[in-house]
Design a protein around this ligand. Sequence first.
Ligand SMILES: NC(=O)CC[C@H](N)C(=O)O
Length: 370
Amino acid sequence: MKYQIRKKALVLLEDGTIFYGKAVGEREGSAFGEVCFNTGMTGYQEIFTDPSYYGQLMVATNAHIGNYGTNAEEVESDSIKIAGLIVKNFSYNYSRPSADLSLLEFLENNNLIAISDVDTRALVSYIRDNGAMNAVISTRVDEIEALKTELKQVPSMKGLELASKVSTKEPYVYGDENADFKISALDIGIKKNILRNLAKRGACIKVFPFDATKAQMAEWNPDGYFISNGPGDPEPLTAAIATTKEILKLNKPMFGICLGHQVLALANGVSTYKMHNGHRGINHPILNLLTGKGEITSQNHGFAVNREEAEAHPDLEITHTHLNDQTVAGIKMKYKNVFSVQYHPEASPGPHDADYLFDEFFEAIKASAN
Ligand SMILES: NC(=O)CC[C@H](N)C(=O)O
């Protein structure tokens, strides 16, 4: 086997804790970022290409990663967005008829540094107990002091604006130009499966850069507005928050997902905060407070909306709650067709329980278009 003898590598956390492992493939080097973990058993390719993970080192809690290879169709953006990958067992072989590359080839094509043979259970328990923190993965195992110094230069996720790094530079149109409805989407890190979900329900979507103004987004007279998911802290997104505030005055239907949900809260003067540990996985339980029904959802966030402020806000209603820790999982504006969720109805990966949110958005669009 080509990669049987592999270089030693390490994960160094910002508090000095070290976990050892082996380099994946033959790439040497270091990758820095906030270390976080995803508990999904499947869906690694969608996770690695999700722009919301920009700047993060991903620990996969599933013990085998790579065993079903990759497929060019199953991406959520045009490249890998995680900063680095940490796994227990990296599978150099894969078995799936529809795969077109091994995970190793996919990582190499994207120049991604990855480390395997790490005690990921110990690492995940450690982060879970001690909270989100920065880390470096590196093959420079004899240069720990130098790595510590370099790690100190890495900015904290709190206060970090990252949407501009992943947003489209120019507006573009997605879907059939003759579709029944038109949606303007603010791209602060949009996942492809959101666009697929909007297009398949009969919309043509115009996707705008992170700093687009209301005037730019309103110019083609859309039937509704969408504010996307994305990476980083929502608070520094001053342009997106200001644009959202202006769009709200138009009284058109609006839907926000994840970072878009946080931006909607901020546009209403409700603050957000950094969680001790985020929610990242595909089996997070949510209670829909409007229907009394439970949903199993796909999640990926490290910030959340302040519950007391949302509860006290005269124009807002909390519509969904996360059942593990009672964090706010959804809000709506009482007097407008405007709502948002902290989780991912587009799944990819994950269950489709929350698909109905896209349908509700289209019902609102149809009602307001009449
Ligand atoms: N998936 C997302 O949109 C994540 C939103 C935000 N970056 C957070 O970590 O909370």
